[in-house]
Design a protein around this ligand. Structure first.
Ligand SMILES: [Zn+2]
Ligand SMILES: [Zn+2]
Ligand SMILES: [Zn+2]
Ligand SMILES: [Zn+2]
Ligand SMILES: [Zn+2]
Ligand SMILES: [Zn+2]
Ligand SMILES: [Zn+2]
Length: 503
């Protein structure tokens, strides 16, 4: 199990439990069930408590009110009295039965059998009562007693309760590294950010995928699928298929016949791409001739081809920037090694932070630039927001965006060229180059700020029906506002349970 949860992270979880136990005057088991229900947000829980009755709150979270009042044995019942188990119908002494607080009494054998199955099936959290349609959550202490003779099962049960703090918690997420680094990251309030785990992996907190700002999570998901589906066959497709005029799927031609059929049952003419009937004579497709130039047909086929062309436009640029990013990361690594070596040599009191910062800025800017092409694919051209943006507005938006994007692109290429140097050159860098690099780093920062302002305020921000949230620029990263070595954010990130604070 992830070690941090046992050592330090456990404290955070324990604090939340103690807070709830203190205020509600309830058992730990009840506190845990309540917190799981409210995704470990004590604020939400206490907010609901301020507006509703305690009983109502318990009901919401499937807590039985009696289980909160401690042991449920009432004095009148004697422990040697025999009762019939509602499950196996055996008569057993009351002391060999368990009441989970909801009023359902079963013999301990039946209960432990039930708990075993539930835990093995992964239902340790809010382990449900055996009673028909009851659904009340079993008391965790009673469950522990019932399965006490099986240490492995007990460990599995406890681990699952512990991990609930991460897995049921809206503000905490496991680092998605593979193999898993064992850490979880906690953010404060803002889910749309791209934190970096101590293991070095940066990811989108909202969806757990690679960082993809300025794409929204939805755009990135669609883009990834699209690229995956299309990549291998893309070249072959453009050479050997034509898009179906009805559904747009690429269709391959079999043999010499120019009447082709799409899987959607639409027949069309291979020569012109227009929809036709299904039959043909020896020499031609019945009812269809396309030797003559017809403008409307031309427009229809143009549509499908325009879509492919449009996608290829964005795809090739996205891909090119991703490739550049990889190459730049390589350069960055070798230069960083050299810088570390130079800085360790204390006789040379040289400061290379300008170069480190330039490379970090370049790294982020390059990625943003690449992803901005995927963003543009969905944002414009009536792909995602057809209902909300008029064609006229779309054109205006696209022009504004492309202005900013191109300005950023020019500067990114400039900085990339400036810092592309062999490690051996670092010591001999001229003052003029150093100033150019610093200048370019600042320019990129300004251009990123402008681009994000446009995207967040004017483009995504002006949508009427959809909500498009992206990880903002400068929150998760900004080498300029957070100098590398004194960054409070990085200091916070070094802790086992990491905290990314927006402010
Ligand atoms: Zn029984
Ligand atoms: Zn019950
Ligand atoms: Zn990690
Ligand atoms: Zn995401
Ligand atoms: Zn079709
Ligand atoms: Zn034929
Ligand atoms: Zn034709």
């Amino acid at each position: 199990m992830p070690s941090f949860l046992q050592d330090m992270g456990l404290g955070v979880q324990e604090n939340a439990l103690q807070d709830v136990m203190g205020i509600m005057g309830c058992s730990k088991s009840t506190a845990r069930t309540l917190l799981m229900h409210f995704r470990w947000s004590t604020e939400t829980l206490f907010g609901v408590l301020a507006e509703r009755e305690k009983d109502e709150l318990y009901k919401l979270a499937s807590v039985t009110s009696r289980s909160t009042d401690g042991p449920s044995c009432s004095g009148k019942q004697r422990s040697w009295e025999e009762v019939a188990c509602g499950c196996c119908f055996c008569d057993v002494p009351r002391k060999e039965t368990t009441d989970m607080g909801c009023g359902h009494i079963f013999c301990n054998d039946c209960w432990s059998q039930h708990c075993r199955v539930q835990i093995k099936d992964g239902r340790s959290r809010k382990l449900p009562c055996m009673g028909v349609k009851c659904g009340a959550a079993c008391d965790e202490e009673k469950v522990r007693q019932l399965i006490g003779d099986d240490p492995d099962l007990l460990a599995k049960f406890d681990r699952s309760l512990l991990e609930s703090y991460v897995e049921d918690n809206a503000l905490v997420r496991w680092c998605p590294s593979v193999p898993h680094c064992g850490r979880a990251i906690r953010v404060e309030g803002e889910l749309h950010c791209e934190p970096e785990c101590t293991c070095g992996l940066r990811f989108c907190f909202a969806c757990g995928e690679d960082p993809h700002s300025p794409c929204t999570c939805d755009m990135w998901k669609q883009w990834k699928e699209k690229c995956h589906d299309d990549s291998e066959t893309k070249n072959w497709l453009t050479a050997n298929t034509k898009p179906c005029p009805k559904c747009g799927k690429p269709v391959e031609k079999n043999g010499g016949c120019n009447l082709v059929m799409c899987t959607c049952r639409q027949a069309f003419c291979w020569l012109c791409g227009a929809a036709t009937g299904m039959s043909h004579t020896w020499t031609e497709i019945s009812g269809h001739s396309c030797g003559r130039y017809k403008e409307d047909v031309d427009r229809r086929i143009g549509e499908a081809q325009r879509n492919v062309k449009r996608y290829m436009h964005y795809y090739t640029r996205w891909e090119a920037h991703m490739k550049s990013s990889k190459a730049e990361a390589q350069t960055r690594r070798s230069i960083q090694e050299k810088i570390v070596a130079l800085e360790e040599n204390t006789s040379l009191l040289k400061d290379y932070s300008w170069l480190s910062q330039a490379q970090e800025q370049l790294f982020h800017a390059r990625r943003v630039l690449g992803y901005s092409y995927a963003y543009a694919y969905y944002m414009f051209g009536n792909v995602m927001f057809r209902e909300e943006i008029t064609p006229e507005q779309n054109t205006i938006n696209q022009n504004l965006f492309e202005d900013q994007q191109q300005q950023l692109e020019v500067e990114v290429e400039r900085l990339s060229g400036l810092v592309e140097m062999g490690p051996e050159r670092i010591e001999k860098v001229e003052e003029q180059l150093r100033l150019q690099v610093i200048n370019s780093t600042i320019n990129i920062d300004k251009r990123l700020v402008n681009l994000y302002q446009l995207i967040e305020n004017d483009l995504l921000g002006s949508l009427q029906f959809s909500t498009g949230y992206i990880a903002p620029y400068g929150v998760s990263f900004s080498p300029l506002s957070h100098p590398l070595h004194t960054c409070p954010l990085h200091a916070a990130l070094a802790q086992p349970l990491q905290l990314v604070d927006r402010n």
